[in-house]
Structures are given as structure tokens and as C-alpha cells.
Design a protein around this ligand. Structure first.
Ligand code: ADP
Ligand code: MG
Length: 441
């Protein structure tokens, strides 16, 4: 059967594909209508499962009118099972890493699994261009937007696409925090040379959530040099952040200006249609039976971010399993009831928040909406904005507008400020807890 497959695929695939995917694979055994096949890497496994497995099933019918299903295994897994432990430990760990593992990519975050729609169309198009012509068109590509809107997904999709094309490409995905930690460790362990070699020799560097470089002087310095080396050798850099470069506090001006050299694209929240499409794709991937009206109901209930949308789907699914009932709109409504209540408080308005906060701090609502910079007013104003963002579903521009026409970046800054203070400042923790409680009643 294997010989039959080889011959068939040789005709079907281009020579390079055939060498890459088929010649590297090794048939292990045919048992209980399953053919066990070992492949060298996770990338191969993924490719086999996506593109070749169904062809094998079809070929089996052609071959002997029988049903044979391929089971694709990693060579490293097969070896582990059959070889004595002493032999495997001789190999350095890095030699066994697959390209996907070495690049730190999540196998789920591909272009195939990414749904495009309003809010991400432009970012998606830019990501595609960059993956097709790395280092030439948009360098760096800077993707920014709120949490859970698909920045990490899209960024990693670029890495996948590049590796699909060229499994030898040196791709590296890293969060800005890990980059900072690696850098600090390299200083402590006197391995800066290795660190530099590691980051300055990649073909594609993906640095996620770059806003966490704020306040990290040494790391910014190091990244500046990494950036320059890669840029000058026409290697592609992709960055993400929750905001534009110039809105990141304490980011060195020279980095801000470099980050703007290429293209900055934002991702905004998906509209109802896109949210429904995302849910549908997810439901299909997970083999869930959900009628379309229930899908759009779920999509209509969660409008902030895709991660929460996915969470809602999981919740509805679990609820249906627990109650042994099919998923319908009313079941979804029941399952999502608490979720909605816990997040935004129904009926709570920015008006009410301003009134309560003003009363609590003994200032006036006009003070909160005004521009005076006294310390006694600035803090209550920032707390009121923070609460408006936390407890209502108002957008940043809307909050700014209700606070006497302030810019959305001012609101963002205030929210960040309070979120930071809440981690350390006991008085503010106390105040915010009290205010939240009084707003609930
Ligand atoms: P961010 O990095 O912007 O916070 P992520 O990339 O981590 O967001 O996305 C959160 C989750 O939502 C992930 O599971 C991701 O796969 C999913 N997701 C986001 N946008 C999309 C999309 N357009 N299509 C499919 N899945 C998406
Ligand atoms: Mg992310």
C-alpha cells in the first residue's frame, strides 16, 4: 500500500513538496485498518493531518476498496517508545526541537483559522503581505488594539506561513516580557553573546505586547540594537501592542520613531457578523452542533473581545452537556446569564458613577468633567474614568466625551494609572472597593 501511495503522490505533488512531505515520512505498520506513519516534525505532522491524511483515505479506496485511516506520529515519540532511555538522552534537547517548537508558535494560530471581517481586515491584509514578502514591504509591521482581538493570533500566523514555505527559516516568537527576562538572565549568567546571536540572526522576529517595554531602560537599549541589526539586514520584524508607539509611556523616542518606520495597523472589535463567523468556525473545528440562531445569539451577547466570545461558547457547550440538552437560544441565554451580570452592571451609567465618585471624594461632578489639575480632583477623576471603563460597556471615546470632551488617550492613561495603583496602594484599593459596592446597590 505504501508503494502505491508513493507512486500516486509522486504524480500528484510537485517535486519539492513530495520530497519535503512524503519522502521524509516513514510507514511503521498497517494494523486494524490503520496505517501508522512517522514524520520528522510537528510541522510535518500538522501538514499531513491537514492536507495529506484525507488523500490517504481516498487512495485506500482506490487501492483495494477498503477503509484505511492514517495515524500520524512524530518520529521523536516513536523513538521514545522503542529505544532505551540511555540512547535518547545522548542527543542535546535542542536537536530534537521541531521548527514550530523552536519558534514558539501555537499550532492553532494560523491564517486558516483566522476569520476576517470589519475590524481586522486591514491588519490581516498587511500580515499576509509581510508573510509573502518579509523584510521588504512593511518593516516593522506594528499591530495594535485591545485585548483578545487577535493580535497574537495574526502575528503567529505570519510565522506559520513563513515556516510552511521554508521549514528552514529561523522564526522567533517572544513576548516582550520574556525578551526582557532573557536579556536580564543573559547579563547575570554572562551569556550576552549567546543572547545577541540568538536574536540578531533570525529571519523573522515576532515581539508580542511591546507595551511592557515601558520602564525597562536596559531592555529597550538592547532591543534598539536588535532592531537595527535585523532592519539593516532586511529581516522582518513584527510587533504588537495595545496602543500606538507614541502612546506607550516611557518608550524611548528612538524606538517610537523606528516603530513608525513601517506600517501601523489597528485591530478593532469585530462586528456582529464577524463574531458569528468566528463562532461558527470554532464550532466546526470542535465538532459542536449549534444552530445558527444560537450562534448569532451568543455573538450578540458578547461584544467586547474574541477571547471572551470563545469563553462564552465553551460555557454554553458545558451547560448543554451538563443538562443533557441541545443548544438553543434559551439554553444559551441561561448559560450566559451570570457572565453578563458579573461583567457590566445593567443600568449603570457614567452619570451615576460620576455622581457617586463626586460624593465619595467631596468634589463636584463639574470638577470631574473639568480640566483642573489639583491633586484632590485628579485622582477622583481618574478613578471615575476607571470605574466607567470597568463597569459599563462604554468605549474610550464615549467615556472621554462624558468627561467634558477629553481625548480617548487621556482616558486610557487614567485607567492604566489606576490599574497600576490598585496593585500597590491600599487606600485606593479600599476606595475602589467601597465605590464598587455602593454602585451595586
Ligand atoms: P490578543 O493578542 O489581541 O489579545 P489573541 O490573538 O490572543 O488576542 O486572540 C484571543 C483569542 O481569540 C485566540 O484564541 C484567537 O485565536 C481568537 N481570535 C481572535 N481573533 C480571531 C479571528 N479573527 N478569527 C478567529 N479567532 C480569533
Ligand atoms: Mg496577545
Amino acid at each position: 500500500f505504501w508503494a502505491f501511495l508513493q507512486k500516486k503522490f509522486q504524480q500528484e505533488f510537485a517535486a519539492v513538496s513530495y520530497q519535503t512531505w512524503i519522502e521524509s515520512a516513514q510507514p511503521l505498520k498497517l494494523e486494524n485498518q490503520k496505517i501508522y506513519i512517522a514524520v520528522p516534525s510537528a510541522l510535518h505532522k500538522d501538514y499531513w493531518e491537514r492536507n495529506i491524511s484525507t488523500k490517504v483515505v481516498e487512495a485506500a479506496y482506490e487501492y483495494g476498496n477498503q477503509e484505511i485511516v492514517p495515524v500520524v506520529l512524530l518520529q521523536s515519540e516513536v523513538k521514545k517508545q522503542t529505544m532505551p532511555a540511555t540512547q535518547t538522552t545522548n542527543q542535546p534537547a535542542s536537536a530534537q526541537k521541531t521548527p514550530l517548537e523552536a519558534a514558539h508558535l501555537n499550532s492553532k494560530y494560523t491564517f486558516d483559522s483566522f476569520v476576517t471581517g470589519s475590524g481586522n481586515q486591514m491588519a490581516h491584509a498587511a500580515a499576509l503581505v509581510v508573510s509573502e514578502e518579509p523584510g521588504t514591504m512593511y518593516n516593522p509591521l506594528f499591530i495594535y488594539g485591545g485585548v483578545g482581538l487577535g493580535k497574537t493570533h495574526l502575528m503567529q500566523a505570519i510565522g506559520h506561513r513563513l515556516l510552511d514555505r521554508n521549514p528552514q527559516a529561523n522564526v522567533k516568537y517572544i513576548s516582550s516580557e520574556s525578551f526582557a527576562n532573557d536579556f536580564i538572565n543573559s547579563i547575570q549568567n554572562r551569556t550576552q553573546e549567546n543572547f545577541r546571536n540568538e536574536y540578531r540572526t533570525v529571519d523573522l522576529l515576532l515581539v508580542d505586547d511591546i507595551q511592557f517595554f515601558a520602564d525597562k531602560e536596559g531592555t529597550q537599549e538592547e532591543f534598539f540594537h536588535t532592531f537595527n541589526t535585523l532592519y539593516n539586514t532586511k529581516k522582518q520584524i513584527v510587533l504588537t501592542s495595545d496602543r500606538l508607539p507614541n502612546e506607550i509611556p516611557k518608550l524611548q523616542e528612538r524606538l517610537v520613531s523606528r516603530f513608525k518606520w513601517g506600517l501601523s495597523v489597528d485591530i478593532t472589535a469585530p462586528d456582529l457578523e464577524t463574531r458569528t463567523a468566528i463562532l461558527r468556525k470554532k464550532a466546526i473545528a470542535e465538532n459542536l452542533e449549534i444552530p445558527d440562531d444560537a450562534l448569532s445569539y451568543i455573538a450578540s451577547q458578547i461584544d467586547s473581545n474574541v477571547r471572551e466570545l470563545e469563553g462564552a461558547l465553551v460555557r454554553v457547550q458545558a451547560y448543554s452537556t451538563m443538562n443533557n440538552a441541545d443548544i438553543t437560544i434559551s439554553l444559551a441565554a441561561e448559560a450566559l446569564k451570570d457572565l453578563k451580570e458579573s461583567k457590566h452592571q445593567a443600568g449603570l451609567t457614567i452619570d451615576k458613577i460620576q455622581t457617586q465618585v463626586a460624593k465619595y471624594y467631596k468634589v463636584t461632578v463639574e470638577d470631574l468633567k473639568g480640566k483642573r489639575r489639583n491633586k484632590t480632583i485628579v485622582l477622583p477623576r481618574q478613578i471615575a474614568m476607571y470605574l466607567a471603563r470597568e463597569l459599563t460597556d462604554s468605549s474610550l471615546p464615549k467615556i472621554g466625551q462624558d468627561f467634558g470632551g477629553k481625548d480617548h488617550t487621556t482616558v486610557l492613561h487614567s485607567c492604566d494609572k489606576i490599574a497600576n495603583l490598585l496593585e500597590t496602594d491600599l487606600t485606593i484599593q479600599h476606595d475602589v472597593t467601597n465605590l464598587k459596592a455602593s454602585l451595586k446597590s
